[in-house]
Design a binder for this molecule. Sequence first.
Ligand SMILES: C[S@@+](CC[C@H](N)C(=O)[O-])C[C@H]1O[C@@H](n2cnc3c(N)ncnc32)[C@H](O)[C@@H]1O
Length: 207
Amino acid sequence: MRNKQYFDGIAPKWDELRRGFFSEAVKERALAKAQLQQGKTAADIGAGTGFITEGLVEGGLHVLAIDQSLTMLQIMKHKFSNAFSVQYCMGDAERLPVRTEAVDYVFANMCLHHVEHPAAAIHEMVRILNFEGMLVITDLDKHNFEFLTQERTDRWMGFKRDDVHTWFAESGLNNITVDYVGERCLVQSDCTDDYADISIFIASGVK
Ligand SMILES: C[S@@+](CC[C@H](N)C(=O)[O-])C[C@H]1O[C@@H](n2cnc3c(N)ncnc32)[C@H](O)[C@@H]1O
């Protein structure tokens, strides 16, 4: 609940904040990993104001943009008012409001460290994928910057890549890779001199 209120509150400033936290290269690498095919359908989980969704629309895909925060979705809808290929859905990553085997790709950028049960969320993402569909998750490697749990409502202080690999395998994915995406997440504490500098992983797997 605290997490949802936080994102509702910062939604109007999210694009500006995000530009300071991590670069467009994260999106470029996530989209490149999936080798997108025009006309296919993708879900963007924890879509926020549409960082990943924007790239999917530009690539000619139909997009289900899913987020727990109605305010985030409203801001995205306003930004992409001319994009008729986006469907906006309020929902929880652990109980996705999407039927089984409905999409060809699932993306989740910086959402996993906010969910209560990451393994359950991955399982849900795999459930909505078509046979041979691809899941691509970009998120934080394990870190020890505790202020992010207080100031940014992060539930998880990043993840061990081995754990992510295990959750992908347990969800039934094949051809799993979990690597450094080549970019870092940088966050200055609002209250202290703490400055988080965290590597970002990219995980992918095929159903
Ligand atoms: C750090 S923001 C990232 C937003 C976007 N993916 C981006 O890269 O700019 C995390 C987003 O995940 C959403 N979120 C957090 N927990 C969620 C959950 N359990 N289910 C759905 N969305 C969630 C938040 O509302 C927020 O919009």
